[in-house]
Design a protein around this ligand. Sequence first.
Ligand SMILES: N[C@@H](CCC(=O)N[C@@H](CS)C(=O)NCC(=O)O)C(=O)O
Length: 212
Amino acid sequence: MTGAPVLYTCAGSRGFRATWAAEEAGVELELELLPFPPRYLAPEYLEQNPLGTVPLLVDGDVRMTESCAIAHYLATKEGFTPLAVAPGQPDYAAYCDFTYHADATITFPQTVFMRFALFEKDKGFEEAGYAYAKWFWKRLVKLEQRLEGRKFLCADRFTVADICCGYALMLAERVGLDEGVPEPLKAYRERLKDREGYRRAQVRESAGPAAI
Ligand SMILES: N[C@@H](CCC(=O)N[C@@H](CS)C(=O)NCC(=O)O)C(=O)O
């Protein structure tokens, strides 16, 4: 134990938002890489997080289970870094909005698609899964419009909002949801993947069993 915050996660899961934010912010972070899904393959993890979900961040008495909140926390816990937008700075509201938008509005239909159309397709809900795929594609409109004429979502720089929304676009590519992703968003995703911090985070997570 180093005293650094510990992130319990599975490679490629939403915890990647936190792994990536730590790399970009230069914050020390210990990774505990679990097999996916931990609720079945690492049941002892339920003692740490009764939800059974990843990620979980443990930082002293702090325990957090929301990937986007963890990414923001890591970018600000030692003082605001350029990776976050502070109250009073331009685009603070947009920064909050897109950081929350990422999981609540974009990743939500993706996960229902994954469950019905991929993981449990033998249960007869495959068609419903594809309806969620369409819903996901429709919901990309806000990102697409925001990025017209912009390189990044907020404050003319790369922030946690890009990490959180960018992860959803990366997940789309991995799980077969790319067909309805507009070309400008694919180009944005490539710009994000070209970052050193992204590559370092990928290398760190590649030490664990592949998850999603
Ligand atoms: N809103 C949470 C969702 C966490 C979540 O559901 N994570 C998925 C992996 S990406 C998970 O742990 N699934 C396994 C399960 O529910 O058993 C976040 O953004 O961190």
